[in-house]
Design a protein around this ligand. Structure first.
Ligand code: G
Ligand code: G
Ligand code: MN
Ligand code: NA
Length: 260
């Protein structure tokens, strides 16, 4: 397979880049963070979607290198933007940087040390780095997951559960693995206003989150009807094409500068 042969060289050949999708306060539109999303522009095949090449990188056992590339690139970009802003500028808290971490990458021993090394090297503040992991990262190997979570939280890094609602979540499980945020999968948002079960599920997640004092981000918001429904349910944060598509780095930097 061509992509299998080419993926290990993609970063070195400058074919990988990150785009950044804003996460906004649903009521005010204020940007609270950005999710880094990886893109591979293959010279012959064009854009290869991450849902194809991320699992491949896991199989080829190059996910550690790929993941470190993503983290370092994203932290460097955001640190560059903050250090250009006016000293001690007033206003909102600096936006968070949300980075996806694959299950195999998260469970590899030494992951927290890699994160620490990148934070030191880039100077990016740990508290602004929010790592997105899926529920499977916590379920596959309970002991390794617990260890890694403890190490990351000791660094001050925040943890969000991505695609929440699609895995094997349970209350007990969130109690054992303290996290900082839940991202409600876009499948549930897409059905808001169409089926009552999805609305009930989102409502339940929001209730659970309030009890556990964790943030909730609704993914994949495409319509004002969905946004208004989420506001009525008490959801503060959201992300989706209604607000912004993922932005190229130049546009992201322009936004970051404008708000600092
Ligand atoms: O951006 P897009 O909708 O194509 O992303 C599809 C999937 O790829 C999402 O599940 C997203 O979490 C994942 N993804 C995007 N960028 C990265 C990345 O840098 N690392 C990992 N592990 N997954 C990513
Ligand atoms: O699994 P994860 O949440 O990381 O996936 C994020 C993916 O969702 C990104 O690839 C992004 O391009 C995509 N995405 C972001 N906003 C929307 C949206 O409003 N609608 C749809 N269909 N996809 C979205
Ligand atoms: Mn994500
Ligand atoms: Na998701």
């Amino acid at each position: 397979l061509q992509i299998e042969g080419d993926l290990p060289q993609a970063a070195r050949r400058g074919q990988l880049r990150l785009v950044y999708q804003p996460i906004v306060d649903l009521q005010t539109g204020e940007i609270g963070g950005y999710e880094a999303l990886l893109r591979w522009q293959h010279p012959q095949l064009g854009a290869v979607p991450p849902c194809e090449f991320v699992p491949l990188a896991e199989e080829l056992e190059i996910i550690t290198e790929l993941g470190a590339f993503v983290l370092e690139e994203a932290c460097r970009t955001f640190q560059m933007a903050s250090s250009c802003g006016p000293e001690g500028a007033e206003g909102a808290a600096p936006p968070a940087l949300q980075v996806n971490v694959s299950t195999r990458q998260f469970l590899r021993p030494g992951f927290a040390r890699t994160v620490q090394r990148i934070l030191v090297r880039t100077g990016f503040p740990a508290g602004r780095l929010h790592l997105e992991i899926t529920e499977s990262a916590l379920i596959v190997d309970l002991d390794e997951a617990a260890r890694t979570l403890t190490e990351l939280r000791a660094l001050g890094v925040r943890i969000h559960i991505d695609d929440f609602g699609t895995g094997h979540s349970s209350l007990a499980f969130l109690h054992r693995f303290p996290v900082d945020g839940l991202k409600v999968d876009r499948a549930f948002i897409a059905r808001l206003g169409e089926d009552a079960v999805s609305a009930k599920l989102v409502e339940t997640v929001l209730l659970l989150a309030r009890t556990l004092d964790v943030d909730v981000i609704a993914e994949g918001i495409e319509t004002r009807v969905q946004r208004d429904h989420l506001i009525r349910l008490g959801c503060r944060w959201g992300q989706g094409y209604l607000f912004s598509r993922p932005l190229e780095v130049a546009d992201t930097l322009a936004l970051l500068h404008a708000s600092s």
